[in-house]
Design a protein around this ligand. Sequence first.
Ligand code: CP
Ligand code: NVA
Length: 307
Amino acid sequence: MKHFLAISDLSPGEVQDLLDLAIKLKQEYFTQGNPPYFKGKVLGMIFQKPSLRTRVSFDMAMRHCGGDALYLSPNEIGLGKRETTADIARVLSGYVQALMARVFDHAHVLDLAKWSDIPVVNGLSDYNHPCQGMADAMTIQEKFGKARGLNVAYVGDANNVAVSLMHVCAKLGWNFTIANPEGYDLNAKAVGVAKDISEETGSKLMFLRDPHEAVREAQVIYTDTWTSMGQEEETARREKVFPPYQVNAKLVGEADKDVIVMHCLPAHRNQELTDDVADGPHSVIFPQAHNRLHAQKAILARLFGVA
Ligand code: CP
Ligand code: NVA
């Protein structure tokens, strides 16, 4: 593994290997603590957008393993504005040992990877959010194990988080159903990629409009914000379209009785996810957020060739 840009770049075996390592590193962290796997390594973290989880979990992942992280704010770098992505990648390659980037345009993360001599991790783009997808799969496996044929239902905006969830489900042989309003469909290229993966793994993909149909027999219900970062001017229009896709107690009651409810966070409470569900017995939103730490340690360990 040279970079970590998309879950679809990995084989099903590589995805499972990362998940197994994440579980191992989590157990190790909570028993004796992680040894200094990343000693002498510094992760440069480029952010074009705000972040709580991604910023803090990457920083702490490096510190737990004896390394360090450097936060580079949107104003400092001016990716593609103050300086070209190619120049930034080549300069930082001489200072730090890996890069993590959260960008608007997916092309920027691809460009960083093309021009850097060090590993690049995608910390969210307008296309996907693969670190989130790995933490999500880890959370699902902790609850349901590795069995194939699990039903994962995503309800709401077919965004970057949905793309990575679809791809990790396809890789692991889980069935992925999405219900989203017309005009807010998944990226067509991402769907094509998922269909190719599913032919290999037997995962079933379904693309629906009706959230009630989507959650029937689901063991996992997943939702995310109706308005992603960068789409703020569409907020008012989206708030008119998306209310039928709210994950509330009624919808959760239509799923499998052991269903878990997931959200990558930040949540817009009582919009896409009601308070009673977010804080109710089916919710795993906080263990899911905490698993970002462990999943990312595994990604960094593979990129550095340690652990
Ligand atoms: N889920 C997630 O990536 O959260 P942040 O935007 O806070 O990093
Ligand atoms: N879809 C959201 C995810 C935030 C972690 C966004 O891109 O803003």
